[in-house]
Design a protein around this ligand. Structure first.
Ligand SMILES: NC(=O)c1ccc[n+]([C@@H]2O[C@H](COP(=O)([O-])OP(=O)(O)OC[C@H]3O[C@@H](n4cnc5c(N)ncnc54)[C@H](O)[C@@H]3O)[C@@H](O)[C@H]2O)c1
Length: 461
């Protein structure tokens, strides 16, 4: 990894953590069936890390405890997973009694730090969902706790594992366009998936760190991994112009709303039995309304985001995130001294088709986990070398489910083939977790203070 022009303190931070990350994977590989506890039994915890592990990775994993702040939800999920381990609402009690070797953290983003640090202090290692955390102080506390305890933390960046994103990484790794100097990366959330963040706890910076952190951590991690360098500085702009206070009317929840007929964002949670059991039946315990109004006055995250990122190998990235697009997808281009790589995901008019229903169903399919994978179409990656007329079109199998097929590949690597080689560095630890959230945290600070923010202002080692 190139470290030119990078500050000493940040380089030390990276080096120390790279060493502990290497340990994370060897430690994981060396233990046989893992005694696992899960904290956060919401949709991600109960499905991908819950029922799916029980059904598809039962020989590798033994659940010894489930924990959630909501007693009704954790009790329901215990039944839905079909496990007989104890269910807790007190994390420390679970750690003391159940003594797990590994803790999976799938709670609300702003609480991850408490469970990552708490698990390590109780002597366990950690698998945490993204984002690793939501602000610089918590990030620092996680890094310090890992240093203090010597425990391991895996951050589950599933997007890295999709065949499409892996194919792009391979071309860059092979230096097909020479040294990369700049990247254009633009991500579009459609009006179904994008709106879903504004219905939930994600609509408040204090819960999710905003989409600069909650969502963009995926994108920044891909960028950091693809360009194989460390981010140094960020300049950003953002606004809330569509959802929240901008709406023409509002209600408390879609279920009770008097504007159902006229609201394009009306969403009927009662059609989904699992979501009713998971959330609506347990509102009495925590007051969490899963189908809240996307036009709530107090939503305080951005719905339009744009940033420039400078890396320590001089790569400059132009990034944007849109949350109310007619279609879901992304465009990316890498400019190198010897040519250019272009790719895109799900741009409907480039596929020659466009269906409103398909757009509505896309997010559901993304969250689905399938053990039998069949590619539905192909992604295209264009490799165009300078001074050559013809370009190469590389076709990569496309999977409609489990984050482009990334979820299944990541879990197989973790649980079934942990000894497999990892030549492209798909597995991620706290260094990756930190850098991917620090870009978004720097972007928030850049917007607030109207200036470029260096990452070494945020976290010191
Ligand atoms: N990698 C991915 O593609 C992906 C996809 C979806 C979600 N996620 C991540 O998974 C996590 C959970 O997301 P979700 O969609 O399941 O949300 P969710 O709201 O359905 O679940 C969160 C759960 O955490 C519980 N919780 C909140 N605060 C708690 C506390 N202090 N102590 C114990 N439990 C607490 C809630 O009661 C809830 O059951 C998030 O961090 C999210 O970013 C990742």
């Amino acid at each position: 990894m190139q470290r030119r022009n990078f500050l000493k303190s940040t380089a030390l931070f990276g080096a120390a953590l790279a060493a502990s990350q290497a340990n994370a994977f060897s430690l994981w590989k060396n233990s046989a069936q893992k005694r696992i506890a899960l904290v956060g039994t919401g949709i991600r915890g109960s499905s991908l890390w819950g029922r799916n592990l029980v059904e598809n990775y039962g020989e590798q994993v033994e659940f010894v405890g489930l924990c959630d702040i909501n007693p009704g939800r954790v009790a329901f999920v215990k039944g839905a997973m079909g496990v007989d381990c104890p269910a807790y609402t007190d994390f420390d009690k679970m750690m003391t009694e159940a003594k797990p070797e590994w803790v999976i953290v799938t709670t609300m983003d702003s609480t991850h730090d408490a469970f990552i640090i708490g698990a390590m202090e109780h002597g366990a290692n950690v698998i945490t969902e993204k984002p690793m955390t939501t602000d610089a102080e918590k990030c620092q506390a996680i890094l310090d706790a890992q240093e203090r305890t010597g425990k391991q933390v895996l951050v589950t960046f599933n997007y890295r594992h999709s065949p499409h994103n892996t194919a792009i990484k391979q071309l860059l790794h092979d230096e097909e366009v020479g040294k990369v100097t700049s990247v254009d990366f633009h991500w579009y959330l459609n009006v179904y998936h994008g709106a879903s963040y504004f219905r939930r706890w994600h609509g408040y910076v204090e819960n999710s760190g905003s989409l600069w952190v909650h969502k963009a951590t995926h994108h920044f991690d891909l960028l950091n991994w693809w360009v194989n360098a460390k981010p140094v500085a960020v300049t950003a702009f953002g606004a809330l112009e569509h959802y929240g206070k901008n709406g023409p009317f509002r209600g408390e929840s879609c279920r009770s709303c008097e504007h159902k007929a006229e609201c394009p964002y009306y969403w009927d949670i009662t059609e989904d039995e699992y979501l009713m059991n998971l959330y609506v039946d347990n509102e009495e315990y925590d007051g969490y309304i899963r189908d809240s109004c996307v036009f709530r006055e107090d939503i305080n995250i951005w719905d339009k985001m744009s940033a420039q990122i400078l890396y320590d190998n001089d790569v400059v990235v132009n990034y944007s995130l849109t949350t109310y697009s007619p279609y879901e997808g992304y465009r990316i281009a890498f400019n190198g001294h010897n040519g250019r790589i272009d790719s895109w995901e799900d741009i409907p008019y480039q596929r020659g088709e466009y269906s409103k229903d398909e757009q509505a169903a896309l997010h559901g399919a993304e969250m689905e986990f399938k053990t039998e994978e069949v590619p539905t179409e192909f992604h295209e990656v264009i490799l165009h070398k300078n001074f050559e007329r013809d370009f190469k079109s590389i076709k990569v199998p496309k999977y409609r489910y489990g984050h482009g097929g990334g979820d299944r590949r990541m879990l197989d690597y973790l649980f079934v083939n942990p000894d497999a080689a990892d030549p492209l560095g798909h597995m991620a630890g706290t260094t990756d977790g930190a850098y991917s959230v620090l870009i978004g945290i720097a972007a928030r600070k850049s917007i607030a203070e109207g200036r470029m923010v260096r990452l070494d202002e945020l976290v010191k080692v």
